[in-house]
Design a protein around this ligand. Structure first.
Ligand code: CMC
Length: 434
């Protein structure tokens, strides 16, 4: 009886003992298998009880050992390492290795990982031609999603998703090529020639090179900005079962190649309620425009006229730890770039919201997007690039989630049930009689 829960069906008076499964923690992540509910029936031919959970607000769709979030306490760990520890001491590529493999790399493992990622950064020349076809004002996220999907046609062997060696190869390619495609999307929208990767530079430094190199022979990234971007990449690398990771697993569960699965995850990320939120934060701050207009916007948010973008989170009911790191990092970036005037508006908005009953009662705190946009803008990224900057580091999270799903014998093709609310059997009426 220990570690079970008893359910009494008051319709029939029957009692059911359902086993409880646990993860690492007994008080965080205990679950019953919803398939066990099926035995709760009115009669033999009853389908059995299901659980109804639109938006998966209380459904564990998988077991996972990658990322742990305690939203009530504002904690985020990758593979057991607190996010602030990694942001302070590690690099994005090292964190990417950790997320994928579960352990921090030894020196030779890290050297090999770096070598592999660095040597897959080029894209086929036909990919560039493909990208040329986009309209000059195409949103870079639309370009990224379509181009990553198109890579599927360049690497037909990637279909062998059950083969670990193939998977490894495609993971190298995806992690390496995302910044290249992202940078090309940016250069395309600016009408600038594409810049080839510079393999002497690190992951974030090379990305800056492919974005901003002009006529200089060798691009030298500013150290502070390069590190800031690397930290931003660390903070965005994974976030357990969010909308896009869930999409990656769901699409991946029908076993397509990882290029189309990553494209679908990136499409999920594009939406304003997920990775598109930082773009919306910037637009909102610009619309507010000055400190004296902040109270008016708070009032409107409370009246339900609009949502304060960058506030609130499905999981965090406390200050998002990633937002805290960015709030501290912002002034260092502004020492190099000059101050972004929107920061004052953001800080005032945060100050008022954190004292206001409406936000306090609903546990609405700044999330990662609240400060990332202001930093991205100071570095020189146009607003439309913000979700793209989220997609680059999140690719490793999607791939780690995908790989974990493929290796988990519990996983099946994602196929939820429904509570049917439509008509019963209807007669067909000819059009003349309708
Ligand atoms: N501004 C004003 N009110 C809000 C906000 C907000 N940003 N977010 C939630 N609320 C209110 C909402 O109206 C509701 O109030 P009531 O109970 O009176 O109806 C209550 O808070 C609960 O909201 P919910 O929509 O049930 O919460 P959710 O968990 O479904 O939504 C969210 C989470 C992130 C979609 C939502 O907070 C939101 O739309 N935030 C703004 C968009 C945003 O910043 N998104 C980025 C998320 S973090 C990046 C990532 O991980 O992808």
């Amino acid at each position: 009886m220990e570690n079970t829960v008893t359910i009494i069906d008051n319709r029939t008076g029957k009692k059911y003992d359902l086993p409880i499964m646990y993860g690492t923690y007994k008080t965080y992540g205990a679950a019953i298998r919803t398939a066990d509910l099926r035995q709760i029936k009115l009669s033999e031919d009853d389908f059995g009880l299901m659980s109804y959970d639109p938006g998966f607000t209380n459904t564990a769709s998988c077991k996972s050992a990658i990322t742990f979030i305690d939203g009530e306490r504002g904690i985020l760990h990758y593979r057991g390492y607190p996010i602030d520890l990694l942001a302070g001491k590690s690099s994005f590529l090292e964190v990417a290795y950790l997320i994928l493999h579960g352990e921090l790399p030894k020196k030779d493992e890290m050297d090999d990982w770096k070598h592999q990622i660095t040597h897959h950064t080029m894209v086929h020349e036909h990919v560039k031609k493909f990208m040329d076809g986009f309209h000059h004002d195409a949103h870079p996220m639309g370009i990224l999603v379509s181009t990553v999907a198109a890579l599927s046609t360049f690497y037909p062997a990637a279909k062998k998703v059950r083969d670990p060696e193939t998977r490894r190869q495609e993971i190298y390619r995806l992690v390496a090529k995302m910044p290249t495609i992202a940078a090309h999307a940016y250069r395309h929208s600016m009408g600038l020639p594409y810049v080839y990767p510079d393999n002497d530079l690190g992951y974030a430094g090379n990305f800056l090179n492919m974005l901003f190199k002009m006529t200089e022979v060798k691009y030298e990234p500013d150290e502070v900005l390069e590190r800031a971007l690397d930290v931003l990449f660390i903070l965005h690398a994974d976030h357990e079962q969010n909308c896009s990771a869930n999409t990656m697993r769901s699409v991946g569960s029908s076993l397509p190649d990882p290029y189309v699965a990553v494209a679908s995850a990136a499409a999920a990320l594009y939406g304003p309620l997920h990775g598109g939120a930082n773009e919306q934060v910037l637009r909102m701050l610009r619309e507010i425009g000055s400190l004296d207009r902040v109270p008016e916007y708070i009032k409107r948010a409370k009246a339900g006229e609009f949502r304060l973008m960058g506030f609130g989170h499905r999981v965090y009911k406390n200050y998002d730890p990633r937002a805290r790191i960015l709030r501290e990092m912002a002034p260092k970036v502004f020492e190099v770039t000059g101050k972004n005037e929107l920061l004052d508006i953001a800080i005032e908005l945060e100050r008022i919201a954190l004292e206001d009953e409406y936000f306090v009662d609903r546990k609405l705190y700044p999330n990662v997007d609240f400060y990332s946009g202001i930093i991205y803008q100071a570095i020189g990224f146009p607003v439309a690039m913000f979700p793209v900057l989220f997609a680059i580091p999140r690719t490793i999270g999607w791939l780690a989630q995908w790989q974990e799903m493929l290796d988990d014998s519990d996983q099946k093709i994602a196929r939820p049930r429904q509570v049917f609310t439509g008509y019963d059997n209807r007669e067909y009426v000819p059009v003349s009689k309708r």
